[in-house]
Ligand binder design. Structure first.
Ligand code: HEM
Length: 517
């Protein structure tokens, strides 16, 4: 899902559009000549706002050159830092798109967001739903309809106390994951190695979100993943890998090139999998009602028995929620384990916290894990260093706004360079160092809250934030309790690449030394 946010944004802001012939007419004539006299100093301190046309501007040709010849196409996060150094804190990027890359400017935009905030163009996702007659979900719906839909979807997710009710479900999945880790270690030549951690964590995240949303176990953590579950995983990958290609190919090419067909097939796989599971739950509810039995259950049962949401919307929303909850959580955990393996002192501190605050052998509750400051700080710092959604934004549609001392007309799209912002030395001294301590409330000033907003902001913010956090805390608590994590000696340096979300550039192997607990 995070992938979608970035793709649609990059496409709209020109990073994808740059490959469309029609976009050539948008080449900016001002180039970089108009960099503010002091690049990097937001001009909000000036008396009267300057016109947006005075901003530095990235031309289309420059973008093409950088993406292709300089190889930034899969290093969008590095491009953010490069452009920040070159153009300053705020610059134009395309015709009506403005890129901001300081915490303060992001805050200014978000404080001005519309009543029904909008991230940008979702037409390609909508197109699939229109073709097949499916309803829209929280990502694709807009305006008042989005607001009403989200109000219903939010109800069992909005607060940490809502998420806490899923603690037992998540703990069961963590138990299965730990069992699987023992099994995988056993199969390795050294008896403690697990290869391709990202893949294991993907299965964990999918099992977790499906259990919460659908009250169904998919079998992702079994020795053999069931065929229909594997088909679903393949369908997600097909949709995501072909989506960007479809975005920038002209419509007439859809019948000639294979991407559109694969993109649709990907969605078909996702929707048919979710539809089958929802149908099954519907049947179960119906049988209970026919027998005059109470209908109790968690998320899906709540949605299906809620009169404020139509069945069409339930069928449209569940696939989007499933997608949103998998690659985001799994990649955050991948980065976290990597960072802990590289920073043994932090790992020791974490182990000390989890082993002293909760008695040995005790499975922690949701309340217990959310009260562990270092555990929370580890996740927060991992998300700062590797924000899985490195790029996001808002279209300010309702009014003219002044941002950074510049005047913008309504309907201006702002993009937020979250990776560059969360690596800003002024906000985060030693930004490339993993320091969970910076998040502890121990008398120090904590960094600007808008320096890292990995779950977004406000009413359009992440619906699954509390679920995701709880899932990651319960997971990390138990894993660290069981194992000391070490990088495999052959790993070498790990870099990140932006395959729309931030992922490691190679497969991660880790050694898990049994702590004997
Ligand atoms: C580490 C895990 C996660 C991260 C970092 C993350 C991040 C984000 C971000 C940045 C946004 C955009 C927010 C904005 O524009 O202000 C978002 C939206 C969303 N996320 Fe998450 N997410 C995570 C997990 C989840 C999970 C587990 C779910 C599933 C329940 C979920 C469901 C959603 C939905 C439905 C939206 C769209 C909300 C809307 O448009 O109103 N996310 N997420």
């Amino acid at each position: 899902m995070a992938a979608l946010l970035c793709v649609s944004r990059m496409w709209r802001t020109g990073s994808w559009r740059l490959l469309c012939p029609v976009a050539v007419g948008q080449i900016c004539s001002r180039g970089v000549k108009s960099i503010p006299s002091a690049p990097g100093v937001p001009s909000s301190f000036q008396d009267s706002p300057q016109p947006a046309e005075d901003l530095p501007c990235v031309s289309l040709l420059e973008r093409i050159y950088r993406m292709t010849f300089q190889g930034f196409h899969n290093r969008i996060h590095e491009l953010q830092i490069y452009e920040k150094q070159r153009y300053g804190f705020i610059y134009r990027d395309g015709k009506n798109t403005v890129c901001v890359n300081t915490a303060k400017l992001v805050e200014e935009v978000l404080r001005n967001e519309d009543k029904f905030p909008n991230r940008g163009d979702m037409s390609l996702w909508k197109e699939y739903r229109d073709i097949r007659g499916y309803g829209y979900g929280p990502f694709t719906e807009d305006n008042e309809k989005w607001y009403n839909l989200k109000a219903v979807l939010n109800k069992r997710m909005l607060h940490p106390r809502d998420a806490a009710q899923y603690g037992d479900t998540l703990n069961d999945i963590v138990t299965d994951f730990i069992r699987r880790m023992y099994y995988l270690r056993q199969c390795s030549p050294t008896g403690d190695l697990v290869t391709n951690m990202a893949n294991e964590l993907y299965h964990f995240a999918l099992e977790a979100i499906a259990s919460i949303l659908l009250q169904t176990r998919l079998g992702c953590l079994e020795k053999e993943v069931p065929t229909d579950t594997q088909d679903f995983i393949n369908a997600i990958s097909k949709m995501f890998s072909n989506g960007p290609l479809v975005f920038f190919m002209p419509k007439w090419s859809r019948t000639l090139l294979p991407f559109w067909g694969r993109y649709i097939a990907g969605w078909d796989g996702i929707f048919s999998f979710a539809t089958k599971l929802i149908d099954k739950k519907m049947e179960f509810i119906k049988q209970r009602l026919d027998n005059n039995q109470d209908v109790e259950g968690e998320y899906l049962t709540y949605l299906l028995s809620n009169k404020q949401i139509s069945l069409k919307d339930v069928y449209g929303s569940i696939p989007e929620l499933l997608l949103a909850g998998v690659d985001t959580t799994s990649n955050t955990l991948t980065w976290t384990l990597h960072l802990l393996s590289m920073n043994p002192q932090c790992q020791d501190k974490l182990y000390k916290e989890v082993s002293t605050l909760v008695p040995a052998g005790h499975i922690p509750s949701a309340e217990e894990v959310t009260q562990m400051p270092y555990l929370r700080a580890v996740i927060k710092e991992s998300l700062r260093m590797y924000p899985v959604v490195p790029l996001n934004g808002r279209v300010v549609a309702e009014k003219d706004v002044i941002i950074g001392g510049y005047q913008f007309s309504k309907n201006t799209a702002f993009t937020f360079s979250h990776y560059a912002i969360s690596h800003d030395e002024d906000t985060f001294p030693e930004p490339s160092t993993f320091k969970p301590e910076r998040w502890l409330r121990d008398g120090h000033d904590r960094p600007n809250a808008f320096g890292t907003i990995p779950f977004g902001f406000g009413v359009r913010g992440c619906l699954g934030r509390w679920i995701a956090e709880l899932e990651m805390y319960l997971f990390l608590f138990r894993l660290i309790r069981h194992f000391e994590i070490k990088p495999h000696p052959t790993m070498g340096e790990l870099k990140c690449v932006s395959r729309t979300i931030l992922v490691p550039d190679k497969s991660i192997s880790l050694n898990f030394l049994d702590r004997g607990s």
